[in-house]
Unconditional design. Sequence first.
Length: 187
Amino acid sequence: MKKDFQCEACACTFIDYPSNERRFCTVPCYEKWKAAQLSTEDRFWGKVEKSPTCWLWRAGKRRRGYGHFWVKGRGIIASRFSWELANGPIPHDLNVLHACDNPPCVRPDHLFLGTKKENYDDSFNKGRSTQPRIGKANPISRLLESEIKEIRKRYESGETQPKLGQEFGVTRSAIGKVVRRETWRHV
């Protein structure tokens, strides 16, 4: 059954089915309404709380606290959008990194560009890396770097994985991963 609705742009009454969920009487009214709305930039900065230090994103956030903003139906990380507003397009092979180490911060002078490796190194150096600890830094590691070198050397000279595993107190499978460099790659 049709009902009367009021156009959000011109306030005239129009008739439609409720299931259509129309808010405007015509396409020109919709276009007029859309043009009167805030610009994307104004909408973005309206979601930011500026303080003397960081400018914090106060709207939707992604899993690790990074702001999330919608532009023309596509999601973008808020710090990337802030960088683009201030500095222009970001080359496809670069990331936006935070000098302040504060994921919701979108203050342009707290942001800088870097490669994926630089982003990882920055994260690791600031203690935010989720990568498992490797080598002797791993609390469940049973081997030392000196033992890894010895295992590889002895395997290359013909000793078997089961024999090495028994001698060093680990499984044959663990020795196999060491000699194939699936583990302890850094040694």
